[in-house]
Design a protein around this ligand. Structure first.
Ligand code: SF4
Ligand code: SF4
Length: 730
């Protein structure tokens, strides 16, 4: 289906959503008016233990209440419908299917599971959210009881007393949550909140506080008006508060609090679609929409650029180039700044701020659609949705694609995708990219590797192995269980050819049936794709796929986390479907099978080794345990850095950053090396050639050559030397 046709389908779907919201708003308004009329019918007996609904409130005020509520409910849905039209300007993005996963994520959103990753924020959100929910349900219960015929009314006696206690407890929780929010935002703010505090935050907190406080004061005045009957002690907040009022003079106060409570709720209904308060609705919806067909580590698909004819533009330069989901994401953002707080680029002083990326792209979409921006912003965008009006190339190219932002976002917003879409546009459509990248692009195009070294030298490293490394398709080696995709770093970089030698020996020791491609191997294309040069990536990927398929390859080993991700997650889109294993996974499996023997105790006390998680192995592909298993089996005791596993700090090389100069702020690899050295390990282990170079350079820059950095294969091969002697002896 052509893109324009898909886009029309998408617009039809979102305008359907907008129409549905408008219809729901109209139905809610008519329903509210009908409830108001039904409520005027006779049949509201007085109960000894209970309360009179709308007691002390004049009939005309009750009528204004129902008409006003109907109007504001309609307005809320109408304003949401306008936002839905804004989402519709984006490109298509299929988010259907995988229902079970969606329901689980929705449940996690509603139960605050993801927000709870930050305990302080989680507690605050839970108190406000659940407090508000119980109060809202309490009001609905009251209205239901009000409308029921006398014989069916249930809100009296013991039930009424229990109901009163629960609602007072909910009020206290709600107000406590708001107090925590005020402390967290204004009195003892975290940096990530302080920098984004806007007047609308005070407005939202103020409106919610007025709802909570006037609710309790209305209750207290009502109890005072009734002469403080004993059964009302169950209202354990409202009853003591009622002592503040005189029964004779409290009528006016009661009406004042009641009107203030209703007015604050009306303001809440307007703030819900027009301020960031909308995340109460959009964040759970965004969680529900987050599962997608594409593998986590794969970039957004593009058609084969060498064959496609009807492509108008590539990547994203205006809001309409984003997907509808990316525009919706901006409306779901809670502006919490957790993404920014973990971003290695931001932490080291680069101009990139992932939260701003979400908000600026959302502001561009809002300006194009004529709706309010995701949050009130000091900068107003004038252009028709232009993304680069507010976002500079230096921000776009500072990203290491480490995925720390996507991982920590409590509402599963996809930040990296939009940065890479903008990169694609800058590189392919505008030729605007850091000059150093140009050399790497040309080298990949002409020499099939970003170093620009001779393709004929790709297999030179095998001369150091000490036995013949089989090459698929040569010297009678026509089949092998595994093709070992060595990768450019493993083939050309001095530090990493040592990893290739170690891995060759380990595979040989374990009797693995493997072969390499030798000089026919080309770069997997990861650096080209992440830097936006899709055409170069596709040339390399299609070339490799052709070779793999010609040689009947089905299983691939790679020691590079980037090749692992690209070949495993992205080649499928171009007809290359293989089982790809990272060397850490294969080595761990060989150890489990006893095909590599553990050298535990061979050299005395175990070494203290800290392992640095590669982003494309961990966060992009969920491989965390295998490398640690290999380190443990090689006689090492793994000690963790402060940031490890899902929260590990990037080495600074991903997203093609390895090929760009780091001109601003502190170097990311030095920041990570400092963290690794801080645990005072004997050695730093890595499982990716680019992490290897970055960490090794970082350690050397800090003058700490005494702490070696090595790949897990080198560490394991060391141990085997101690146990078994030279290769082949086991
Ligand atoms: S992927 Fe990493 S570097 Fe890029 S914005 Fe997210 S956290 Fe920052
Ligand atoms: S993108 Fe996610 S983590 Fe970042 S500010 Fe928005 S909600 Fe928070």
């Amino acid at each position: 289906m052509a893109l324009t046709e898909e886009r029309r389908d998408n617009q039809r779907a979102t305008s359907k959503a907008a129409r549905l919201l408008e219809a729901t708003g109209a139905a809610a308004a008519v329903g509210t008016l009908a409830l108001g009329v039904v409520g005027t019918l006779p049949g509201h007996p007085h109960f000894e233990v209970g309360r009179t609904i709308f007691g002390n409130i004049a009939d005309w005020l009750v009528a204004v209440f129902y008409v006003g509520l109907a109007a504001f409910l309609w307005l809320t849905f109408h304003l949401f419908a306008r936002r839905a039209a804004s989402w519709g300007q984006g490109r298509p993005d299929r988010r259907t299917g995988r229902r079970r996963e969606r329901v689980t994520l929705l449940r996690e959103a509603l139960s605050m599971k993801t927000v709870m990753r930050d305990r302080r924020a989680g507690l605050m959100h839970s108190l406000i959210y659940y407090g508000f929910l119980v109060l809202f349900l309490g009001t609905v219960t009251l209205e239901i009881d009000h409308l029921l015929p006398a014989s069916l009314k249930f809100l009296h006696g013991g039930f009424y007393q229990g109901y009163s206690a629960v609602l007072d407890a909910a009020s206290l929780a709600f107000l406590a949550g708001l107090a925590l929010a005020v402390v967290g935002r204004y009195l003892a703010p975290m940096r990530r909140l302080r920098s984004k505090t806007r007047p609308e935050d005070a407005l939202i907190l103020g409106v919610l506080a007025v709802i909570g406080i006037t609710g309790l004061l209305t209750e207290a005045a009502r109890i005072a008006l009734a002469g403080r009957p004993d059964f009302e002690v169950w209202s354990f907040v409202g009853h003591p508060l009622s002592a503040l009022f005189e029964q004779q003079s409290v009528g006016g106060w009661h009406r004042f609090f009641w009107v203030s409570h209703a007015a604050a709720f009306a303001l809440f209904l307007v703030a819900l679609p027009t301020t960031k308060l909308r995340h109460m609705v959009t964040s759970p919806a965004d969680m529900f929409l987050s599962p997608r067909e594409r593998a986590r580590g794969a970039m957004r698909e593009l058609p084969n650029l060498m064959e496609a004819e009807d492509i108008e533009t590539i990547g994203a330069s205006v809001a309409a180039d984003l997907t509808w989901k990316q525009i919706f994401d901006a409306d779901a953002c809670t502006v919490c700044g957790r993404c920014t707080s973990v971003c290695p680029a931001n932490l080291t002083g680069k101009p990139l701020d992932p939260r701003e990326m979400v908000l600026k792209t959302g502001a561009a979409a809002a300006s194009a659609a004529g709706v309010s921006p995701p949050v009130s912003s000091p900068t107003t965008l004038e252009g028709a949705g232009s993304l680069f009006e507010a976002i500079g190339p230096d921000e776009v190219f500072a990203c290491t694609t480490c995925r720390a932002c996507d991982e920590i976002c409590p509402v599963n917003i996809e930040i990296v995708d939009r940065i890479l879409d903008m990169r694609r546009h800058l590189t392919l459509m505008e030729s605007e990219f850091p000059a150093e990248l140009g050399k790497a692009f040309v080298a990949m195009e002409n020499q099939s590797n970003p170093w620009g070294l001779s393709p004929q030298a790709r297999a030179d490293w095998v001369s150091e192995v000490g036995f013949e490394v089989p090459v698929l398709g040569e010297n009678g080696k026509t089949t092998a269980e595994y093709l070992w995709f060595v990768g450019c770093a493993g083939a050309y970089d001095d530090r990493n050819t040592a990893v290739s030698v170690a891995l060759a020996r380990l595979l040989h020791e374990a009797g693995v049936d493997f072969a390499i491609l030798g000089t026919r191997e080309m770069c997997s294309g990861d650096p080209a794709r992440r830097a936006g040069a899709e055409l170069v990536f596709q040339q390399l990927a299609l070339g490799n796929i052709e070779t793999f398929n010609e040689l009947g390859v089905t299983k691939i080993i790679t020691q590079c986390a980037h090749c692992f991700n690209t070949i495993g997650a992205e080649y499928k889109g171009f007809g290359g479907d293989y089982e790809v294993v990272h060397h850490s996974q294969l080595l761990a499996e060989l150890l489990r099978q006893g095909r590599l023997r553990r050298p535990v105790g061979a050299d005395g006390a175990p070494k203290k080794i800290t392992y640095h998680d590669a982003c494309y192995l961990g966060r992009h592909n969920d491989v965390y345990l295998a490398p640690r298993e290999v380190v443990g089996a090689s006689g090492g005791r793994v000690v963790e850095m402060g940031r490890h596993g899902t929260r590990a700090l990037c080495c600074g090389a991903g997203g093609g950053r390895f090929w760009m100069e780091e001109k601003t702020g502190k170097k990311v690899n030095v920041e990570r090396a400092e963290e690794a050295l801080a645990v005072e390990a004997d050695e730093i282990a890595v499982a990716c050639p680019f992490c290897f170079v970055m960490l090794d350079d970082g350690v050397k820059e800090l003058g700490r050559e005494d702490t070696p950095v090595r790949d897990i294969a080198m560490i394991l091969a060391d141990g085997l030397d101690v146990l078994d002697g030279p290769p082949g002896a086991g």
